[in-house]
Design a binder for this molecule. Sequence first.
Ligand SMILES: [Zn+2]
Length: 412
Amino acid sequence: MTPQTIFYSIITILLLDFIVDKILDYLNAKNFDRPVPKELNDVYDEGEYKKSQAYKKTNYKFSNISSLYSLMLTLAFFFLDGFEFVDKLARGISNNEIAVTLIFFGTILLAGDILTIPFSYYHTFVIEEKFGFNKMSKKTFFLDKLKGWLMMIVLGGGILSLVIWFYMLTGADFWIYAWALVAVFTVLINMFYSNLIVPLFNKQTPLQDGSLRSKIEAYAQKVGFELDNVFVIDGSKRSTKANAYFSGFGKQKRITLFDTLIKDLEEDEIVAVLAHEVGHYKRRHIIFNITASVVLTGLTLYLLSLFINIPELSLAIGVKQPSFHAGLIAFGILYSPISEITGLIMNYFSRKFEYQADDYAKETYAPLPLITSLKKLSKNSLSNLTPHPAYVFVHYSHPTLLERFKNLSAQH
Ligand SMILES: [Zn+2]
């Protein structure tokens, strides 16, 4: 294939990806005004429902404008030889291949992030603010950005440097070493996520004494989950939206409840949500996800090793001196249809796991408080109760509220 054919394949993939995404958004938006299923009639009252409709429509418009802007930026970068410009810039600063790669990706990612800051700022301080969700100060917003960049430099930069180094030492075999590195990193990050990453952004405290703690203790004892592994996080620092999640494994496993969740729900509803999270642990969903991610990484790196030596990849994106980093950009986009498919499969499994966790809560605790908690959480985040099935199939990591309601209220 000539560099030109590859170039137009890349542009086609970028455009198709955008178009498919917009069609799904459009189908979903057409469903906004459909009647709410009778099972979910009690989620909103009239006023709240109107508010939720306005929220969905505002977000739909916003997403159209911001994704069009991102597409335009990307296409401009491709057609105006942006990659060649940044490559030359990096080579002007250093002769070391690792340094050149770091400067190359660092510049592109940083510039991309800065150029989209106005959009994330508008989303937080205008849209989320208007609908009463935002609790973030401007200071937190910018500190989050800085911390995100710092993490990307340390973790992303560290891993990338090692991968390039493996490539320089072993050529096409680099993928085996890179795979081992990423696998170890994935396991460690999952294990220490709550101890190393979360504290950079949030405060976590053990559950306080009181009736909630006693109820959780009674449940935890019944199913054999240690109460020491239950924490409360200050989600209210950023948003009124509530959440809970399970993370880690072995001794590092923990369930994290947002302070907003504790504020919004009754005690038995909180225990039901906790029971759902224990279900994720008991059904080994984290282990499955880590394994799947390691296998997929291996596949991706192997394919990368087959293509990375082809100079046409670098030439296709306009970079005259073929290199690992330029090849990686081209490969990344050519590979994206495959990662879209693996993403669909992972979402399918994720929805299956949500049913399993709901079933676990239903069997070991009770279905009713989980149903009422899901309804309250949907109401408080102005959730869409009538999503389009195609949109759900592609984007949803959780079943819809209606599907979860039906599953939880079914008699087995
Ligand atoms: Zn879940």
